[in-house]
Design a protein around this ligand. Sequence first.
Ligand code: GTP
Ligand code: ZN
Length: 285
Amino acid sequence: MKGKIVKLTGGFYYIYTDQRIYETRARGNFRHSDIKPVVGDIVEFKYEEDKLGYIEEVYPRKNILKRPPVANVDQVLIVVPTKDPKYNLNLIDKMIAGYEGKVDILIAINKYDLDKEEAEKVMAIYRKAGFKTFMISYKFDFTIDLLRKYLENKTTALSGVSAAGKSTIASHILKKEIQVGDISEKTRRGRHTTRHTELLFGENETYLFDTPGFSSLDLDMKADDLKDRFREFKEFQNNCQFKDCKHINEPKCGIKDAVSEDEIPITRYNNYLSIYNELKEKEKY
Ligand SMILES: Nc1nc2c(ncn2[C@@H]2O[C@H](COP(=O)(O)OP(=O)(O)OP(=O)(O)O)[C@@H](O)[C@H]2O)c(=O)[nH]1
Ligand SMILES: [Zn+2]
């Protein structure tokens, strides 16, 4: 049978086909190959009534993301919490660099009810950098209604730190109940955390991957390629004196000029430098 993996938990895959979910274990070809089925994969599987099924084959993927580990995605929605926990722009820019060129990116500044001014500040940075950016809160329906339009007829992976509000957003977008965490006042950490990735769906062909949060990220790329993962650099790089300008120490750099003229957000440029250095450091070993 052919179906789509909608959930992976405890070594079992849950496969959806013909209005039914089948439980299987990954087996066969996979044991010794480096293809590991992930949520979102279209697979061929065997199943007999009252027996655990198994996956035989993974169909070619449109794409696959490392973080979160999902396949066949149209876009990612990066969820940035305004507060509780406060956003980390360095991590956001790293996430963006990881996705850029692979999959479309949307950004949602969440929990803006907690500090509207702060949320507007962050939104301005990403709008200026050229991203479709939303300011949302489940407390204001119209913000969710607007976002929903951009998620219809698409498969979207939610991505963001723990307690950013991914499950809350999924639940309001899909108008379904999904267990979400309480912020524990003491630790400021989400108490219920999503531990597995699951593909959820709602009206108008809206598919969402709710995924576990993460707090750090290892980028898999060369430091010298990082500049191509900052989309707003493109417009200004022709002003650089050197064709292979890294926009760091070179004289007459179009990117540095754009930063000082406030055409490129300074936080984006500073994070470019720090991620660049981190990648260079890794290349030494
Ligand atoms: N004030 C406010 N709180 C929110 C908002 N969205 C989510 N929260 C709260 O933030 C906490 C964490 O939300 P979750 O939806 O569990 O976060 P998550 O990103 O799914 O977290 P993980 O599953 O751990 O990755 C919960 O207590 C939510 O009620 C919002 O728009 N405003
Ligand atoms: Zn330059």
